[in-house]
Design a protein around this ligand. Structure first.
Ligand SMILES: Cc1cc2nc3c(=O)[nH]c(=O)nc-3n(C[C@H](O)[C@H](O)[C@H](O)COP(=O)(O)O)c2cc1C
Length: 102
């Protein structure tokens, strides 16, 4: 089963997640920014960071192109600050089908 990992990341938090996911997978055909090539996979891992309480537009545009794919969303956000330290939250979830054979 072919997999692709597309993500966007500015300060590399989401990129670190993408790299970590990639290490756990086999048959990965594409890793990087949203691209048509990624659509050839059966399972698409989509990573993004919270931007102004929303998903960045390039990711929304990519998600709109997905059809009949298993999609695993992951992302990071800086939801709060504790004692002056920035805490980055990590979120992930599998959509469309509950089980994916990795
Ligand atoms: C312009 C900007 C807007 C952001 N907006 C939010 C937000 O609305 N909610 C939130 O929880 N984090 C927000 N963040 C924090 C980022 O989502 C968080 O730092 C994320 O891990 C960055 O991912 P990256 O390192 O992959 O770029 C914002 C950061 C920036 C720079």
């Amino acid at each position: 089963m072919k997999k692709s990992i597309i993500y966007i990341s500015v300060t590399k938090n989401t990129e670190l997640l993408a790299q970590t996911i990639e290490k756990q997978l086999s048959d990965v055909i594409y890793v990087g920014a949203p691209a048509e090539e990624a659509l050839e996979a059966d399972v698409v891992f989509v990573g993004f960071w919270a931007q102004a309480f929303a998903c960045p537009q390039p990711i929304k545009d990519f998600l709109a192109k997905l059809d009949n794919k298993k999609v695993f969303l992951f992302g990071t956000a800086q939801l709060n600050q504790t004692l002056g330290q920035h805490r980055v939250s990590v979120h992930a979830g599998l959509f469309q089908h509950a089980v994916v054979q990795l």
